[in-house]
Design a binder for this molecule. Sequence first.
Ligand SMILES: NC(=O)c1ccc[n+]([C@@H]2O[C@H](COP(=O)([O-])OP(=O)(O)OC[C@H]3O[C@@H](n4cnc5c(N)ncnc54)[C@H](O)[C@@H]3O)[C@@H](O)[C@H]2O)c1
Length: 250
Amino acid sequence: MTGRLSGRVSLVTGGAQGIGRAIAQRLADAGADVVIGDLRDPADGSEWVELDVTSSESVARCIDEIVERHSRLDIVVNNAGIMFEEDVETHSETSWQKMLDVNLTGPFLVTKAAVPHLQASKGAIVNVGSIEGFSCNPGHVAYAATKAGVHGLTGALAVDLGPFGIRANAVAPGWIDTELNSNFVDRHPDRDEVVRQLAELHPVGHIGAPTDVGDVVVWLASDEARFVTGQVITVDGGRLSKPPLPGILS
Ligand SMILES: NC(=O)c1ccc[n+]([C@@H]2O[C@H](COP(=O)([O-])OP(=O)(O)OC[C@H]3O[C@@H](n4cnc5c(N)ncnc54)[C@H](O)[C@@H]3O)[C@@H](O)[C@H]2O)c1
């Protein structure tokens, strides 16, 4: 993949860890200059600009800083996101709003600030949605709503920004082996059984790695995807294609 993105400057929001970090690594492997915009410094030598995607002032400072340092911006990956479980009866208005602010308003604010620069470079936007934008687990009312919103935002951006030469797509990851998910699995008293049952949900026989998402993001950001816009690409090892059967039959 080396060189596919040479000379391109990219911003990965929430790139200090997890999926965002793998996306940043894959973009760098493809030759892009990568700036991580995150609340915290990844402290691994990556180029970092402090960013809170929920604040338009912070977003403006981050985009200005990138353009000052690199003179351009070609690729924006709206990856920063949060997830917590609360069902509809117990969700407070504050926690609902928090999820919306980070997961949905964040990509809007970052995109809005980046558009003039992406217009100049005929750049690409890749949003990180989720399979939970299509179907969801119990207690994920706000999360699922924000991820469906990210998918909708992606199509709308493709329509509005296409005439300026900017493409907008999204990836919808399934179960990815991040710290958050592995802690969740490791905490279970029968960890091995959880791993086995998780694998069984996936036609490919295993859960995903953060780099599985990173590789698709690189492709969407690259010229190979020049006629692809407004799409949500599911990266889930086939999980959504396999409706579960009752345990007794499967
Ligand atoms: N892990 C999964 O299985 C999975 C599946 C589908 C979709 N996703 C999506 O992928 C994205 C990354 O998920 P992850 O599991 O790597 O999460 P993570 O919690 O490991 O990392 C999220 C990063 O975002 C940063 N962040 C949080 N709030 C921020 C803010 N206001 N401004 C800037 N940065 C902020 C955090 O500091 C962190 O570095 C999220 O959008 C998530 O919804 C994850």
